[in-house]
Design a protein around this ligand. Structure first.
Ligand code: PMP
Length: 351
């Protein structure tokens, strides 16, 4: 090893889902929305003048924060925005989990959490979900350095009721509790309604799923003034200009169209409920997902085999080789047409 190599940090990175390209592929592997962004977003994009890119974007992201503030009727100093919720979550780990005590998150959950914990040197404990993949709030009643969990959880899709979320927060008033609501718009009740009651609660959401803008990279957090100020201070100590100018403008446009948002999320939910029925008929067991994906296992055929067979047909779903997940597939809800193509293939393949 050359001397300079000894100073290189070695990490085990998070592995994102594949982004295959081609006309004939059916892409159900990274929980993107099958519908396009709101028409106002497309219009603003067409009218965008490149001259404005000469200057730095507004570091405070005011147009976007204003739009979110109007939408949620929440003061601007209680909203923090970032480059996708991954950026917001990473910043939150860096800002809030510094006690030296282990933070808690479920063992079956978003696989980025342990990666950030390792990267930032944060000790952690993965708390097992029960045999049916449910998070048990009583397991979060112990000394810790902070708590984070997605609600609904990923990749299981299972949602805790707001009372159960509150039970976890109540048991952890001395640390910061982060509820990652990447999928909340497809089912379940947001913990946003609790941020006035608990100063230590941070609720994180994203434009990547319900607002069809994964490619724009926009995420945000809502919480007390103190939490938001602390996040901003860390952000300004790291990179002042996180969101680029098109993301600021197009993100603000997306938030304005409530009707389109409600219509497209309802369409995804409708297709998801149909998917649960169709997949059960094909011999799969599904969790009761409240998200834009289903989490399934087949009674006879191993998940990895189904995954590979689908892939040969250019139908991409997500397979996780992790101990508790290795016989499951996570299938993003696509258009009705894409889903029908998948059922047709599965029907003949599983025969
Ligand atoms: N949280 C969860 C639970 C997720 O599944 C994802 C998507 N990979 C994210 C956060 C991050 O999404 P984004 O950075 O696109 O907002």
């Amino acid at each position: 090893m050359r001397p300079w190599e000894k100073a290189i940090r070695s990490v085990v990175p998070y592995v994102p889902g594949e982004q295959p390209s081609g006309d004939r592929i059916i892409k159900l592997n990274t929980n993107e929305n099958p519908y396009p962004p709101a028409p106002g977003v497309q219009k603003a994009l067409r009218e965008m003048d490149g001259e404005q890119f000469r200057k730095y974007p507004d570091p405070a992201a005011n147009v976007l924060v204003d739009a979110l503030s109007d939408y949620y009727q929440l003061q601007k100093n209680r909203i923090f925005v970032g480059v996708g919720s991954d950026d917001v979550l990473a910043m939150a780990f860096l800002t809030f989990f510094n006690s030296g005590k282990p933070i808690l998150f479920p063992d079956v959950t978003y696989s980025f959490y342990p990666v950030w914990a390792e990267l930032f040197g944060i000790p952690y404990e993965a708390v097992p979900v029960d045999g049916d993949f449910h998070i048990r709030p009583r397991d979060y009643r112990k000394d810790n350095g902070g708590v984070i969990f997605p609600n609904p959880n990923a990749p299981t899709g299972i949602c805790l009721g707001l009372d159960q979320v509150e039970e976890i927060i109540k048991a952890n008033e001395d640390v910061v509790v982060i509820v990652d609501e990447a999928y909340i718009d497809f089912g379940g009740e947001s913990a946003r309604s609790l941020i006035d009651c608990y100063d230590n609660l941070l609720v994180v959401q994203t434009f990547s799923k319900s607002r069809s803008m994964a490619g724009m990279r926009i995420g945000y957090a809502m919480g007390s003034e103190t939490l938001i100020r602390s996040l901003s201070n860390v952000k300004y100590s790291y990179n002042s200009y996180t969101l680029n100018q098109p993301s600021l403008i197009l993100g603000a446009e997306a938030v304005k169209d409530r009707e389109y948002f409600e219509r497209t999320t309802a369409a995804v939910v409708h297709t998801r409920e149909k998917a649960k029925l169709r997949l059960r008929e094909l011999g799969f067991t599904c969790t009761d997902s409240s998200t834009n994906f289903v989490f399934i296992t087949h009674e006879k055929v191993p998940a990895q085999e189904i995954f590979e067979a689908l892939r040969k047909e250019q139908i991409y779903v997500r397979y996780f080789a992790a101990p508790r997940l290795k016989n499951y597939l996570r299938v993003t809800i696509g258009t009705d047409e894409d889903m029908e193509a998948m059922y047709r293939f599965l029907e003949s393949y599983l025969k």
